[in-house]
Write a protein that binds this ligand. Structure first.
Ligand SMILES: C[S@@+](CC[C@H](N)C(=O)[O-])C[C@H]1O[C@@H](n2cnc3c(N)ncnc32)[C@H](O)[C@@H]1O
Ligand SMILES: [Zn+2]
Length: 362
């Protein structure tokens, strides 16, 4: 079957992965590369399937030196055909990430990793073909693992304890970044996240690698632990490899659940996101997602308003009123349509919610 996406026209066939629902994320990825870099001299699409990403990066980001690889033979065949059909001079290889990374001398300006499920087993090898400034784009679709439905699998694969509550998607994303930081640090790379999103069934991080032992140490220094109260929905976090965790909630005295190690640094470069927002190649869903990202405060975690109102036993409260009442920085977040990110603590949030409640306490 022939499919048109962006400037590409590709052939798909049974047995080779192509998910039309991921078009939004591919549009975002194209937009990201254009916003984050003026020139891509070499790019690796290391899970190419039909070749759609490598081809779109070549056509729409003017990426040069495109290499596409896939260990599946049918994927390789169709990628060769699709590269030719779109007139891009990509190198297409039938090999695995591991084999390629351990035999080539190439180092790439940009790498896209989009595997089935977890990306964890490939990060270490990708560091061998990275350099200072490499833009790394990583998808995880094992959200049930990262977000706590399978906590044991998360500890086994990512070496981290997930959350399984309203904060689970952000915690999962931060666990993935923490994992990348630890692998990157072994190669003396630090990381700078430029965009990190959780949407539908996937998590995707876009980051820049920074060479140097100091950069690596700086990134490792932003890993820590978080805890959350399942009764009043307060949370806390602290950086460091020795967990400093509140086991009892300061506010209501209930037991806290904890998670980590996870990344507690920034998730986005708002300059990059702003440039992306002026890209007319984004579809409506992608644009709205990025607009939310652009507006959100870049602080760990958030308060879900209906959870707080339920705890307080009061009815619905308008967001804007709560944000105004808080009197400190506060915003909505792309992680949840019903939540607020703020530097305020639970006590101030509870007071702001009570004050904003139209009917007051029941
Ligand atoms: C989710 S699909 C990629 C989809 C594609 N990026 C897109 O946007 O349509 C994952 C692909 O990775 C390939 N793959 C899985 N493990 C691999 C490995 N270790 N090395 C290379 N390719 C691998 C699979 O054969 C499959 O084609
Ligand atoms: Zn509490």
């Amino acid at each position: 079957m022939e499919v048109k996406e962006g400037k590409a026209s590709i052939e798909t066939k049974e047995g080779v992965f192509y998910n039309p629902n991921m078009r939004t994320l591919r549009n975002i990825s194209v937009s990201f590369l254009n916003a984050a870099s003026t020139e891509i001299g070499s790019l690796l699409d290391c899970t190419s399937a039909t070749g759609i990403r490598g081809i779109r990066y070549a056509l729409e980001c003017k990426a040069k030196g495109v290499v596409m690889l896939d260990m599946n033979e049918s994927a390789y065949d169709i990628s060769v055909g699709n590269a030719g059909r779109n007139g891009i001079g990509a190198k297409v290889l039938h090999t695995s990430i591991q084999e390629f990374a351990n035999t080539t001398k190439a180092k790439f300006d940009a790498i896209d990793l989009d595997p089935f499920g977890t990306p964890a087993p490939y990060i270490f090898d990708l560091m061998k073909i990275s350099k200072d400034g490499t833009l790394l784009m990583v998808t995880a679709t094992d959200t049930a693992v990262l977000c706590g439905a399978h906590a044991k699998a998360c500890m086994r694969i990512y070496g981290a304890k997930p959350m399984h509550n309203e904060l689970c998607h952000e915690a999962g994303l931060r666990i993935l970044i923490g994992y990348i930081v630890r692998d990157a640090a072994q190669f003396n790379f630090g990381i700078e996240p430029l965009l990190a999103i959780s949407d539908m069934h996937y998590i995707r991080v876009f980051l820049r690698l920074k060479k140097g032992a100091n950069s690596a140490a700086e990134s490792v220094g932003k890993i820590g632990f978080a805890s959350a109260c399942s009764k009043c929905h307060s949370f806390s976090y602290s950086v460091g490899f020795v967990p400093v965790i509140e086991m009892r909630c300061d506010f209501c005295g209930s037991e806290m659940v904890f998670s980590g190690p996870l990344w507690l640094g920034k998730l986005h470069d708002k300059g990059v996101v702003k440039r992306m927002l002026s890209d007319d190649g984004l579809d409506r869903h992608g644009f709205e997602l990025l607009e939310r990202v652009y507006q959100e405060l870049d602080l760990p975690f958030f308060y879900v308003v209906p959870k707080i109102t339920k705890y307080l036993g009061i009815g619905g409260v308008p967001f804007e009123k709560i944000i105004r009442n808080l009197g400190v920085e506060a915003s909505r977040t792309h992680f949840s349509a019903e939540a607020i990110k703020t530097s305020a603590g639970i006590e101030e949030v509870v007071n702001a919610v009570k004050k904003a409640s139209a009917k007051g306490l029941l």
